[in-house]
Ligand binder design. Structure first.
Ligand code: NAG
Ligand code: NAG
Length: 617
């Protein structure tokens, strides 16, 4: 068993935070957003809506083959804020220079732009201490110029870990403390002059010119003329303390060891916290971008190539050692692949859902898949699970996302399906990336509602005997194709999920009938459909999706009171409400949504009737 447990599947995870970035700002929009955060941006008048930054040679924009690689805004008297979110939209940005401007305040979060090679902030009024791990996420940095600002505190120790660092200019600040051990071989240009640094200059920095260290009264050692030995106060910690000073040194020692213990505790706490974080698969922060991390997906048995065709021959041996580590392909539409392909794939954390965590993996053959890890799916045994997955794998409908493969272990299941680049309806509706909304006009929204209704109609006939043919309909489980055709996912899980977890993980259990009488039925899917309709029409995030009900809009309450007062039109998302010809149809759809979310299931239309009314619009 130990050997079995020790075999891990390594997915190399390329970490990025948040949902798939299918809906990003254009370069033009991102730069205009950046300019908005500046004050005194008159010098950037060449930046305007109707031109393209590279083609129109916007001031300060450096391009390479038509993509923006640099932002060089030097000597423009700029001040105000620096909108890092906007900079993050410029995917190929490698150098940022804001030399000789009037930016002030603490160092902005440039460390979220993990791919930067040059960060040049010389000649501004930045101030305050820089967090010691600030540069940890900027592993590609070659040039760091922070000179002629008013930075204080220690020189960040993370600078010592930048393997490619060539130029480090920190002169004319208020940096204090000791010089960290900068032992990068590539470092050829160093200036630490005119700060408040103290202690011995590390030996390997002695090769630099004395000017690089001038103007720091407390520094000693080569290349400075001041030797450290001549001054007891500057004795380095490694040296034995001279007699007569022992008392002071002892208390220094006590303080030092207390600090060491504290640092150790913080590190331990941090490590265990980050371990816990990994275990919970919470969304990973963007600051870790560019960091290659291995996520261990415990797998049992040997790493075997997947045997391909349908499971019949293998099913007999699935209880055996080898079969358990396989992926079982239930839908060959996208070709066949095995655990080995997944293991080799570059993967990316997409985030957490109610059921577990999800990763995107791009396999060698170019196929992008989503791998969901689900723990609480043991209501059926292995054979029953297999039968359900195969049944799902055979589904064919325009609005249904058919799973591709699964991996079964008692503690955990992996479900593999195709990756849909545009992302979920939730993301497209509420993601704050603006640009998407323009396409979400009334016609698109109606198309989405109709597609959802058709997909649901299909599930309700296919799984007619289930209490909950879908069971987990919500905007995060509806994916959108490039043409905004909705694809339903995470359906028909009701027979699989452990009952205790189903109430937490499946949205149908948030229906009023479950809250009041602990009952669910196909009418609960009707309720979920109603929530989606209201969400799409109002553009509001329903509070119903949140387990504590805090945040979002109670769309059910909001719409039902508006319907009662015949002022439905006021609730329509302003982005579509100006389509005057369509308002009466929008109101009609809103009423269907209101009927579907009646708290008494008997007062809701049957699924078939709801679909018929939607199709009529
Ligand atoms: C910034 O200003 C200083 C002092 O005016 C000048 O010497 C330096 O060349 C300027 N740097 C850039 C990159 O414009
Ligand atoms: C720089 O910061 C120090 C405090 O760290 C402050 O006393 C000083 O006035 C600042 N200098 C400038 C020029 O802003």
């Amino acid at each position: 068993m130990a050997a079995v447990r020790n075999v891990f599947l390594f997915l190399t995870i390329f970490l990025v935070g948040g949902p798939p970035l299918s809906c990003s700002l254009s370069d033009n929009e991102a730069l205009l957003k950046l300019r908005q955060s500046f004050t005194h941006a008159e010098s950037l008048n060449s930046w305007n809506q109707d031109s393209q930054p590279c083609a129109a040679r916007w001031t300060g924009i450096i391009c390479h083959r038509g993509v923006i690689t640099g932002l060089h805004l030097t000597g423009l008297r700029l001040s105000g804020q620096i909108d890092i979110e906007a900079l993050l939209e410029l995917r190929s940005l490698r150098t940022v220079s804001l030399v000789n401007n009037s930016f002030a305040g603490p160092i902005p979060e440039f460390n979220r732009i993990g791919v930067l090679k040059s960060l040049l902030l010389t000649g501004n009024d930045f101030s305050g201490a820089i967090p010691t791990d600030f540069f940890a996420s900027l592993a590609s940095l070659k040039k760091v110029w922070l000179s002629s600002n008013n930075f204080s505190g220690d020189i960040p120790h993370s600078l010592a870990k930048l393997s490619y660092l060539i130029e480090l200019h920190l002169e004319n600040n208020q940096f204090s403390g000791k010089i960290p051990h900068l032992h990068q071989a590539a470092l050829t240009s160093l200036d630490l002059s005119n700060n408040k640094l103290e202690g011995e200059i590390p030996e390997n920095l002695a090769k630099f010119d004395a000017n690089a260290f001038a103007g720091n009264e407390g520094l000693c050692g080569k290349p400075l003329p001041k030797s450290c030995d001549s001054n007891n106060a500057q004795i380095s910690e490694e040296n034995a303390s001279p007699p007569g000073e022992s008392q002071g040194s002892v208390s220094k020692l006590v303080v030092a060891s207390l600090i060491a213990v504290a640092v150790f505790l913080v590190v331990v706490m941090f490590l265990s916290a980050s371990k816990r974080r990994e275990e919970k698969f919470s969304k990973l922060g963007r600051e870790q971008m560019n960091e290659m991390v291995e996520v261990h997906v415990p797998s049992s048995g040997h790493r075997e190539q997947l045997s391909r065709k349908g499971g019949d021959s293998r099913r007999g041996s699935q209880q055996g050692k080898g079969g358990m580590s396989d992926l079982v392909v239930v839908n060959e539409e996208k070709g066949t692949f095995g655990m080995a392909d997944l293991m080799k794939a570059a993967a990316e954390v997409l985030g957490n859902g109610g059921l577990g965590s999800a990763y995107k993996a791009v396999m060698a053959n170019g196929l992008s898949v989503v791998v969901k890890r689900i723990r609480e799916m043991n209501k059926l045994g292995k054979d029953g699970f297999d039968a359900e997955m195969r049944r799902m794998g055979r589904l064919q409908h325009h609005n249904i996302l058919t799973p591709l493969a699964y991996h079964y272990r008692r503690e955990e299941k992996l479900l593999v399906s195709e990756y849909i680049p545009k992302g979920s309806l939730l993301y497209v509706l509420h993601g704050d990336r603006g640009a998407c909304h323009a396409e979400l006009n009334w016609a698109t929204r109606l198309k989405i509602v109709k597609g959802i209704a058709r997909g649901l109609g299909f599930l309700h006939s296919e799984f007619a005997t289930y209490d909950l043919p879908h069971g987990n309909l919500k905007s995060s489980n509806i994916l959108l194709s490039d043409t905004y055709e909705p694809l339903l996912s995470d359906y028909a899980f009701h027979p699989l999920i452990n009952p205790n977890n189903a109430t937490e993980a499946m949205f149908a259990y948030k229906s009023p009938e479950y809250a009041q009488r602990q009952e669910v039925s196909p009418k609960s899917d009707v309720y979920c459909l109603g929530i989606i309709i209201l969400e799409i029409l109002t553009g509001k995030f329903p509070s119903q999706y949140l387990s504590n009900g805090k945040g979002g809009t109670d769309v059910v309450q909001w719409v039902s009171s508006a319907v009662a007062e015949k002022r439905e039109a006021e609730l329509i998302d302003p982005e579509i409400a100006n389509d005057a010809n369509a308002v009466s149809r929008m109101v009609e759809l809103l009423r269907i949504g209101a009927d579907c979310t009646q708290s008494n299931p008997q007062q809701r239309p049957e699924m078939k009737e709801a679909i018929r009314r939607i199709e009529e619009i």
